[in-house]
Design a protein around this ligand. Structure first.
Ligand SMILES: [Zn+2]
Length: 434
């Protein structure tokens, strides 16, 4: 009975909120189609979907448009897949509707409680949620959102429990040592799930060698680039100080980048969470297209957020943090040039990082590291979907996938800032009210 209950729970939570099926098919015609899969752009395109799934995406000429289809004219418009934010904390998000408003139709939650995931999935106006369960630590949990095992022997049991809760993957946290990390990677892969990590006690290079799918935060890669004596969890300012003082152009960087590349380890840089909380003028990055709602301004004043606050910092400290951020950007450039797969994630809702809008800022910041717009779009669509192992569902405008589609009034491949110009959003085939 207990087992049956667990199975039922898993089935319930792993599905997005039940939405009534669309009555008639929709055909978006005449626009320029960017599928998210590769560099090709299809002018004069047609995208047809029905009951939440895409049934055709390609040339308008010869497209099988059903007689009863609702036709949407997309002349002088650009179509891209709904965006995926690969690093969010829904436990702390107070405005669920903001993701869809900014074109984010899927999120990967990296550590919220089951009750939060269930509550969110019961709502209609929220993105698809891919849940990585509670963060896995060893010994003592390093924050309230983590669970800790005593050693590798406890890993299979923990992962079985997490599978029963309906997780879509798992995330290692700061206190997980090398043996636990290796066991989690092996056991998760045996269960068909991807693994990511916020590294601490296990070096990113070691995680990559052990076959991890993904590593969070470019800032954490500095664990492998500085002296071994540096603390694994140095505290907020010390983390910046460590990166500011690191020589990026030595053999350690070369060795790390080569390892990540050889093992196809994807990196989620999360530049926003390093850069945005430092910005005293929080609206600078949002100027001209959105603004920080008073609800969020008040939320981020709570002492809860002091663990990532610059309150009381000296000018010298602020300058050190700035040069750390410039090292983060340089490392992102090196990773990109070497061919290491990069995916887009924000750490929403860290201070100044708004749900949805934060992802557009992340893509701009990644763009400032020299990554071209088409690649940026892939990092937030098809490449993200492949790290989620959900290529059949999300991340591209292609037959069979969810009808998560953005219609833009300007070409995002010319300037990534054109992602601000969303005219229509379809989520599971439903037009999102703006
Ligand atoms: Zn995070």
């Amino acid at each position: 009975m207990l087992q049956l209950f667990a199975l039922l729970t898993a089935a319930l939570v792993s599905r997005p909120a039940s939405i009534p099926p669309v009555e008639s098919p929709v055909a978006i015609v005449g626009g320029t189609l960017i599928t998210g899969l590769d560099d090709t752009q299809i002018r004069e395109s047609a995208v047809i979907f029905e009951n939440g799934r895409i049934i055709y995406a390609g040339k308008l000429a010869g497209a099988p448009i059903p007689q009863n289809a609702q036709i949407v004219d997309a002349k002088n418009r650009w179509l891209i897949p709904g965006l995926i934010d690969m690093h969010v904390h829904l436990d702390e998000v107070i405005t669920p509707e903001m993701f869809l408003k900014f074109g984010v139709t899927s999120v990967r939650d990296v550590g919220s409680r089951l009750v939060t995931i269930q509550r969110w999935r019961a709502k209609h106006s929220v993105p698809h949620i891919f849940w990585m369960g509670r963060n896995i630590d060893e010994g003592t949990p390093s924050w309230w959102g983590a669970v800790a095992v005593k050693g590798p022997a406890q890993v299979p049991g923990l992962l079985d429990d997490m599978v029963n809760q309906g997780v879509d993957g798992v995330k290692l946290y700061v206190n997980a040592g090398p043996d636990v990390a290796r066991s989690v990677i092996e056991q998760a892969h045996e269960r068909g799930m991807p693994v990511t990590a916020h590294p601490g006690k296990t070096s990113p290079k070691r995680l990559s060698e052990d076959g991890i799918d993904n590593i969070e935060h470019v800032s954490q890669l500095f664990l492998d680039l500085c002296d071994a004596s540096t603390s694994v969890n140095p505290g907020y300012f010390a983390g910046y100080k460590r990166a500011a003082e690191t020589d990026l152009y030595g053999p350690r960087t070369k060795a790390l980048v080569a390892t990540l590349n050889a093992n196809h380890t994807a990196i989620t840089p999360t530049l926003t969470v390093s850069i945005m909380p430092l910005d005293k003028n929080e609206t600078r990055r949002y100027a001209g297209w959105t603004s920080v709602p008073p609800r969020w301004r008040n939320e981020w004043k709570r002492s809860y957020w002091d663990f990532i606050s610059t309150k009381g910092w000296t000018t010298k400290q602020m300058l050190a943090a700035d040069s750390a951020c410039s090292n983060y950007r340089k490392l992102v450039t090196l990773l990109y040039r070497a061919g290491v797969p990069l995916i887009a994630g924000t750490d929403t809702p860290a201070p100044n990082v708004l749900p949805g809008a934060g992802l557009l800022v992340e893509l701009e910041l990644m763009g400032e590291c020299g990554i071209p717009p088409v690649e940026l779009i892939r990092s937030a669509t098809s490449r993200a979907a492949s790290i989620l192992r959900r290529e059949d569902d999300v991340g591209a405008i292609a037959a069979g996938r969810c009808a998560d589609i953005l219609v833009l009034t300007a070409d995002p491949t010319k300037d990534i800032k054109n992602l601000h110009k969303i005219e229509r959003t379809y989520h599971d085939g439903h037009r999102v009210k703006r």
